[in-house]
Structures are given as structure tokens and as C-alpha cells.
Design a protein around this ligand. Sequence first.
Ligand SMILES: Nc1ncnc2c1ncn2[C@@H]1O[C@H](COP(=O)(O)OP(=O)(O)O)[C@@H](O)[C@H]1O
Ligand SMILES: [Mg+2]
Length: 233
Amino acid sequence: MSFHERVILDGVTLRINAGDKIALLGPSGEGKSTLLRVLMGLVEPLSGSVIINDMPLRSILNEWRGISFMLSQRSHLFRRSIRENLLMAKEDATEGDIEYALKFVGMWERVLQWGGIDKVAYEDFQPSGGEKSRLLLARGVLRNPQVLILDEPLEGVDKESEKEVVDRIKAFAKDKTLIVVSHRLSILAMADIFATLENGKITKVGKLEEHEKDSLLKKYISAEKQMTEKFWR
Ligand SMILES: Nc1ncnc2c1ncn2[C@@H]1O[C@H](COP(=O)(O)OP(=O)(O)O)[C@@H](O)[C@H]1O
Ligand SMILES: [Mg+2]
């Protein structure tokens, strides 16, 4: 994969099986978001391909988009009503479906306080980072995808709402194939397979045990531990 003739990803091979919960780790600028965008068919690699159930992604793009859902830093809550923002995921959703999705993400009461689903984001109400994330997740709940892709989903979510958002995502991802990119341990903990991306290559794929020695994952975990220990000692 390259942008303006600068190669970002080269020789990356990653096999994901249905039902896997996999986390992709790596320094920023490494190409994690790009890899997910390739996987969603949003950008085309110069060479190589994404194969889904033995079919090239290109030939099943519409079906793939119907069964997958990506929540990313780029996901946008539009200056439109909550209803319109949610219907983007599923045009024929009923009022009941919308209520279910908002309840699932724990936003129903809040939406009622704002005055209902026809209130317009950023005009009638100003969502916090955590509220915005949950509204975007409600979009995913309506779609009910088989494959859930999360790219730094907690961007802008404060520490107090983090647990609640993570719990909702966890419940939602339970029986789905999950692919996540995050630096937060709360999100990484949802995965059981970890792949590290370094210098444009996948350097290791495996369960936690396989990352115990000299791995990026290990570094993340000990960095987080050191930070918390500083406070409690
Ligand atoms: N649309 C684009 N056009 C040009 N360069 C891009 C584009 N998207 C990403 N890049 C570059 O590709 C590299 C990898 O980006 P990205 O996939 O966002 O990394 P990560 O998600 O791991 O932080 C970065 O150097 C970034 O600047
Ligand atoms: Mg990124």
C-alpha cells in the first residue's frame, strides 16, 4: 500500500478467521488505519488483495459492506437529527429498532432529555466525547454486522465514560468477528489474538503468551503499569 509513491505497507499478510477477536498494535503512523481501510475496501492497494471466504473483496464489496461495520476516529456524527444519523446504517430501521439501539448503548434516557430522536446534533444538543462514541456505536447496533472493526474507538472519550463505552462495545462484539486498533488496554483486552505492525510489516501474530517476551504488547502493558504505580506508591 502506498500514498504518493511512499510505501506504507509492504508484504503484509494477515489471516483472520470468522469469530476471531484480533487486535492490531503498532506505533502511530505505521499504517494500522490504512490496513483497516484496505480491509473495508475504502482504499485499493497497488498490489496484493483482500480475500474473504476465497473471494476477492473487490467482487463482493457490497455484500461485505452489508455485514461489516467500522467505527473509527474518522466516523462522523453529522449535524443532523439523531434519527437521520442512525438511519445511515440501516435505511429501513423502525422507530423500535432505533429505540433498541439507543437503549443498547445506554443513550436512550439522555436522548429523551435532549428532546427525542428528532433533535439535531450540535444544534439542539452538544454531545460529549463519550456520548458521541455511543451514538456512533448505536449506528453499528442497527446494522448488526458480523464483522466489527474499531479504529481507536475511544478517541475523545474521557476516562469516566471509558468503562461504560467499553462495556457496551464488549457486549456488542460478543458473537462477532472483531478487529480492533487501540493503544488503550481496556480495548486491547477484548482481543485474544494480537498482531504487531512494525516498519510496515506484521512482526508477530499470536495469543498473549506468545507476546510475553520482547513484544510491543508487553511494552504497552508495562508502560501502563508503571504509570499507575507511580500514583499509588
Ligand atoms: N490518504 C492519505 N494520503 C496520504 N498519506 C496518507 C493517507 N492516509 C495515511 N497516510 C500516511 O500513511 C501513514 C500511515 O497512516 P495510518 O494508516 O493512519 O497510520 P496509523 O493508523 O498506524 O497511525 C502515515 O504516514 C500517514 O501520514
Ligand atoms: Mg490510525
